[in-house]
Structures are given as C-alpha cells and as structure tokens.
Ligand binder design. Structure first.
Ligand SMILES: Nc1nc2c(ncn2[C@@H]2O[C@H](COP(=O)(O)OP(=O)(O)OP(=O)(O)O)[C@@H](O)[C@H]2O)c(=O)[nH]1
Length: 368
C-alpha cells in the first residue's frame, strides 16, 4: 500500500466502517456470554487445568492459503483501550503475532496510537493500541496522550475495554465514561491467570454488567495462546463486510524508524525500572540504510535518550556506562531481528528539563 493510499484509508476507513456497521446492523450472534459460559472458560483458563495442559500440547494445524475476493472480505477497526498497565500492548502484540507495541511493568509505556494488523482467513483485524488514559497529571505530555486515546475511540467498529480481572477502579470508570454510545464494547477481563479464586469473578462480572451495556464479557489472559486465538472468533462478527485496508502480510502501519525509537524506549524502561520517571523519551537522529555486500542489509541508527535531570542521565548511563551498554545491546539485537539487518546503533543521553510540560517540545519529539 502506498503512503498516499494509506492516508486515504486513515481518513476514510473510520467513516466507511461506521457506515457498514449501520447497514449491517447488530451482529446476529452478539450478546452477553452467559455466566455458565464464563464459568466454563474460567475452568479451562485455570493454570494447570487439564484443558490448559491439552491446549499447550495440541499443535496448530497449517491451513493452506486461500485467496479471498474483495466482496468476500471483512475488515474493521478495533480500539484497545484502558487505564495504564492493564496489558493493552501485550494483548495487541499477541493478536498481531509480532511485537509492534512496546510493553513494560512500568505504567504509561505506550505513548502513541499504534496500528497492528492481522489477516486471518477472510477477515482483516486492524487493532489500534492506545496509551493508557491519564487521570493524575495534566502535563502537556499527558494531554497529548489523552487526545490520542479520544481520537482512537472516535470511530471504530469495536472497542476492547481492558481491565484487570476482578478489579474496577476510579481510573477504569473514567475511561469507560469516554465511550460514545453505539460502538459495541467488549469487557476484556485480562490477567485472569493472576486470579486465584475463580468464584470471586462471577459476582464481579455481574456487577460489571450493571455498569455498562457491554456486548460481551471476555475473561482471559493476554499471555495465553488459546485465549488469543479465541479472540479472533469473538471480534470478527463485529466487523463489516468490506475489502481489506492493507495487504494481508502487513503487520503495522508504523515505520521502522518509529519501531526503532520504541524498541530503545522499551529497553530504557526495562533496565531502569521504577527509578526513572516516565517522562524520558527517545529521539532518532539518524536512520540510514547503507549498502553492504557483507551483511545484505546494514542500518546505521543514532538515537538520543532525553531525560529531565542530570541525576536521571547518570542513572541511564550507569556505573562505567554499564547500563547504557545493556540498553544499547538489547535494543540492537532486537532491531536486527525485527528488520532482518545488521544494525549499528549509537545512543546518546541528553538533559532537557521540563520537556514534558512544554507543548512545543512534546510536539517536536513526535507526539500528536
Ligand atoms: N500475569 C499477566 N501479566 C500480564 C498479562 N497481560 C499483560 N501482563 C503484564 O502487565 C504489564 C503491563 O503490560 P502492558 O501490555 O505494557 O500494559 P499497557 O496497558 O499497554 O500499559 P500502558 O502502556 O501503561 O498503557 C506487563 O508487565 C505485562 O507483562 C496477563 O494476561 N497476565
């Protein structure tokens, strides 16, 4: 797909999908899954259960590829929305089958609207991962993150509202209050593997049913392969019949340069843990492909990690540069796999105090 065509899709896809949704009406088999279904699912999802063991051992059957004519195709936009750290990016990467959105234990890792694409049989699922909705601070960065969330849920065919199974906080309620009526919304009760007592989930689900007219409840774990497979069947029926927006082998609409900065940011957060404030970012200064008969593909990348204080800079660099070296090595290895190239990566650390409060700077670092 050309860039111009992609832009066209971006501006018309939402409207087209909404129109198709209206004409298609409510999916025939939509509706709340019964609590008996949920009980069965919970039983099967329990770690160490017989069903869970079988699912690990059953090999996936290879399906011969079939070509679908445009009139047979189904395609739509699915927003993945929720408060920070509930597992939205983990879910999206699992659905896409490859990492297109970074994850970490640190809340507020995702900063941009990221599209992940998966084409399965006649259906193309276009997932939109969003930053966790910020309720605490009103910096320019947080305002920009929230704008991204609002943009993403404006005109989609389906919303996956992700919460942690068994929990519903004020921050979850704030996200839920943003949803426009009319867009089918599924309650994704994620991290089910961390719920020890299944009996606690049923009353919680009943309570959730009263909070919002969810189209379905999906208790699951984004880390469980079988739960992920089940998601495609659940989501497909909400997507309109219309030709695919992307070619079937495309996984994301984001550029390699963007993925490079996100990969470095992920390693930065992984290796600094809670010590480093989340207002640290990565800017790519150079992203060049050079001819290399030896390596096939050779990429030269230079990046700057931007932090707010001298103390943070020292923290990122670590004793004798040890930490920056680890960040750099891990990022390089992952990028080499992702791009199928030999990568030369150079990372610098700079202090720019107050950037997250400065709207112009937030924009200049690539936020909307
Ligand atoms: N046990 C368990 N952990 C999970 C599951 N899904 C996600 N996690 C973990 O939860 C943490 C947060 O996951 P992310 O995918 O980064 O969460 P997010 O909602 O995208 O976070 P933000 O970017 O802050 O909005 C990570 O440590 C994940 O490994 C799950 O199903 N089970």
């Amino acid at each position: 797909m050309t860039d111009a065509a992609k832009k066209k899709v971006a501006s018309t896809a939402g409207a087209a999908s909404a129109k198709a949704r209206k004409s298609a009406g409510k999916p025939a088999d939509a509706g709340v899954q019964t609590l008996a279904d949920i009980d069965a699912m919970l039983a099967a999802a329990k770690p160490g259960s017989a069903a869970a063991a079988v699912r690990q051992e059953t090999p996936e059957l290879e399906q011969p590829a079939r070509v679908y004519a445009p009139e047979e195709q189904r395609c739509g936009l699915i927003a993945i929305v929720g408060k920070p750290n509930v597992g939205k990016s983990t879910l999206m990467n699992a659905l896409v089958g490859q990492k297109v959105s970074i994850t970490s234990r640190k809340a507020q890792t995702t900063r941009h609207r990221i599209t992940g694409i998966r084409t399965k049989d006649e259906t193309q699922f276009v997932f939109v991962d969003t930053p966790g909705f910020q309720t605490k601070h009103s910096t320019a960065l947080n305002k920009s993150l929230n704008k991204t969330v609002m943009g993403a849920i404006g005109d989609v065919d389906l919303i996956l509202f992700v919460v942690e199974a068994g929990s519903f906080t004020l921050a979850d309620a704030k996200v839920l209050s943003l949803f426009k009526p009319g867009i089918p919304t599924l309650l994704i009760a994620n991290k089910l593997d961390t719920v020890g007592r299944r009996a606690e989930i049923a009353p919680w689900l009943r309570d959730m049913q009263e909070r919002h007219p969810f189209a379905e409840f999906v208790p699951m774990s984004a880390k469980n392969k079988k739960d992920i497979e089940r998601m495609f069947g659940i989501c497909a029926k909400y997507l309109p019949q219309q030709p695919w927006f992307y070619s079937p082998d495309e996984l994301t609409d984001r550029s390699e340069k963007f993925l490079a900065s996100e990969t470095i940011r992920e390693k930065l957060f992984r290796f600094t843990g809670d010590e480093l404030p989340y207002t640290s970012t990565v800017v790519i200064d150079k992203f060049e492909e050079e001819p290399s008969p030896k390596h096939g593909r050779f990429m030269r990348i230079a990046a700057t990690i931007v932090v707010e204080r001298d103390g943070h800079k020292a923290m990122v660099i670590g004793q004798g540069g040890e930490r920056l070296k680890r960040i750099s090595t891990e990022a390089r290895q992952e990028l080499e796999k992702l791009m199928g190239a030999k990568v030369f990566l150079e990372i610098w650390v700079k202090v720019r105090s107050g950037w997250a409060d400065d709207e112009a700077r937030v924009k200049s670092f690539g936020y909307e």
